[in-house]
Structures are given as C-alpha cells and as structure tokens.
Ligand binder design. Structure first.
Ligand code: PXG
Length: 313
C-alpha cells in the first residue's frame, strides 16, 4: 500500500513528514476519515465540504481545489487497487520553525492514507456497547469549535482514556453546561416514544458536536422511514428516558448503546428502530458513492435497496 504525501505516492513504510511540520508540533491542521464500500467512496463531496470549511476557519490556504483533492483521493485508491478502504485525508500547516506562528509555514502538507478498516468487534453490533459518561467535558465551542475536525484530538483522547479505564466501548462527553454533546469519536442519537410513535433526537452541533457525515445521512434517512428527527439539546435524562440509543461515525457506522454508566438503555437489548436504521444504512452505503473505477459502472451489479428508499445522488 502506497501513501500519498507531498505530491508523491510512496510505500507506506517510507512515507514521512518533517519533524518541523506544525501538524506534529502544534496539531495545526484538519483531517477527514472517509470510507469506501465496494468500489465507491461514501459521501466524498460532503467530507471535502467539511474539510474545506475547517481549512477556512483556521485560515489554512490550500492551493488544491476540492475537485483536485477529490481526484487525488480516487487516484490513490486506484493506485492501491482498493475497493473497501478507510481513507485518512490530512492537511497540515506544513513545515515551519519552532514558533507557533503559522506564517512560518509556506506549503501545507497533504497526506492521503488508504488503509484497511478496523471495526468494533461484531458482538457489540449484536448486543450493543457499554457507554460511560466521562468527566472530561467536550471542548468549549468558543475555544475550539468541535465542528472543526482538527488535528487537536486531545480533548477526545482524554475522554477515551477514561472510558478505556473502566472497560467501556465509548465515552459520552457532555458540554460545559451538562448537555450531551457526543461520544469521543461518534455522534449520538436517542430513540424516544412520543404520542405512540417513535422519533429520533440528536444534539445540535452548537451544543458541541461534530456535524458527522454519518449523522447527516441518518437525519436524511430516518424521515424517509417515517421517523421524525429532532435536533435539540438533552441531558443524560434524555438517554435514561429513551427506548433506544445508538452512536454514528464513519468507522463505527451505526452501533447500538446497551448501557449508560452501567444502567440499561431501554430494556438493554438492541431495539427495533436501531436495527432498522442499521439495515437501511448498510443498504445506503452500498448503493451510493463516488466510483473509484468508473470504467466498471454499468457492469457491476448494484446491491438492491432494502426498502426502495430514494437514493442520494
Ligand atoms: N464526533 C467526533 C469527535 C468524531 O471524531 C464523529 C463524531 C463522527 O463523524 P463522521 O463524519 O465520521 O460520521 C467523529 C468521526 C477512528 C475514527 O479511527 C473516528 C472518526 C471517524 C473515522 C474513524 O477512531 N470520527
């Protein structure tokens, strides 16, 4: 597997950047985690959109246009002959000197890694994962907005260390006011019963959550399946009171939550709404996406939609 770095594709063991790169020295940069399923990159334009907004916020000017970057991602996947991949796109401020001033960095570093995917163990998708509330609060949006997928992940890593210490699958992060923000690397949804029907709720991004691409896909998909989605703040009470809860992320996809802080969510089993959303999300990723090998289009059988839900593209 070759890695794209600084304009070249090099074997992964030789891929390197300078120790003076400000991505390393200060976490000064933006990244994306993207998935390819069976020869198609899921929501590549949405990932690039989020990336370019992040770059704009941190005033990191990249000479590449989104289309050029998109072409480079596809080129790297084609070069490596990869149909299923976890793609890590990293843009750093580039090489500078030992001062934090970004003006020392003349050329941004562009890295594209296309690797295999490591998933949560399959039994967690069948039984749900144990989630624990961590003491570390999610970054205050006034300090570093969690909407920016920056190379500064220490806030989340501190949360993950707490979750790991008690053997939990993920850590639930609250914001400064005690509202549920997100998990350390995933967004959260609850399924609640209201007026005899089930509906979904997820924290709005202003509470302190990344606007996840998977979250966005679920917010589009759920209404097509007849579930209203509310984007309003809730505390842990909203999880205690919920029938079901699940996490969403590019790596995890949709993963059910079995317990919060040792207490079952709903009846503790994976609920029917979560199961339906998991199934429909699988169908969605297999029917849409940017083709890596467009010459195959029309010859490849596209997996049929499970429920005939409208396609995105
Ligand atoms: N919140 C945070 C803090 C994240 O880092 C998500 C939510 C979900 O967003 P997406 O756009 O992926 O639906 C993320 C994404 C990993 C890994 O290797 C983490 C993410 C994505 C891919 C892999 O742990 N986090």
């Amino acid at each position: 597997m070759d890695v794209y770095v600084d304009g070249k594709l090099v074997p992964k063991d030789e891929a390197s950047i300078s120790v003076f790169d400000h991505g390393l020295l200060y976490g000064d940069g933006i990244f994306e985690g993207i998935r390819a399923y069976n020869g198609r990159v899921f929501r590549l334009d949405e990932h690039l959109h989020r990336l370019y907004i992040g770059l704009k916020v941190i005033k990191l000017h990249l000479a590449h246009t989104p289309q050029e970057l998109k072409d480079l991602v596809i080129k790297t996947l084609r070069h490596n002959g990869m149909r299923d991949a976890y793609i890590r796109l990293v843009i750093t401020r580039g090489k500078g000197d030992l001062g934090i001033d970004p003006r020392n960095c003349k050329v941004p570093t562009v890295i594209i890694i296309t690797d295999k995917i490591t998933l949560y163990p399959p039994e967690l998708y069948e039984k749900g994962l144990p989630l624990v509330t961590v003491v570390a609060r999610r970054n205050n949006p006034e300090a570093l907005n969690p909407k920016v997928k920056s190379l500064n992940y220490l806030n989340n890593i501190l949360g993950r260390l707490e979750a790991n210490a008690v053997g939990a699958g993920e850590g639930l992060m609250l914001n400064q006011d005690g509202y549920v923000a997100e998990a350390t690397a995933d967004n959260i949804f609850v399924v609640e019963r209201y007026a005899g029907r089930m509906r979904l709720r997820t924290p709005p991004s202003y509470v302190g959550a990344l606007e996840g691409i998977t979250r966005g896909a679920i917010m589009e998909l759920a209404p097509q399946l007849g579930y209203e989605v509310l984007e309003t703040p809730f505390t842990r009470h909203g999880i205690w009171a919920a029938e079901e809860a699940f996490l969403t992320g590019t790596g995890a996809e949709i993963i059910p939550v079995a317990t919060l802080d040792g207490r079952p969510v709903g009846d503790g089993a994976v609920g029917p709404v979560t199961k339906e959303i998991m199934r429909e999300f699988k169908a969605l990723v297999s029917r849409e996406g940017t083709p890596i090998f467009p010459e195959e289009e029309g010859t490849l059988p596209r997996t049929a939609a499970v429920s005939g839900v409208r396609t995105h593209q």
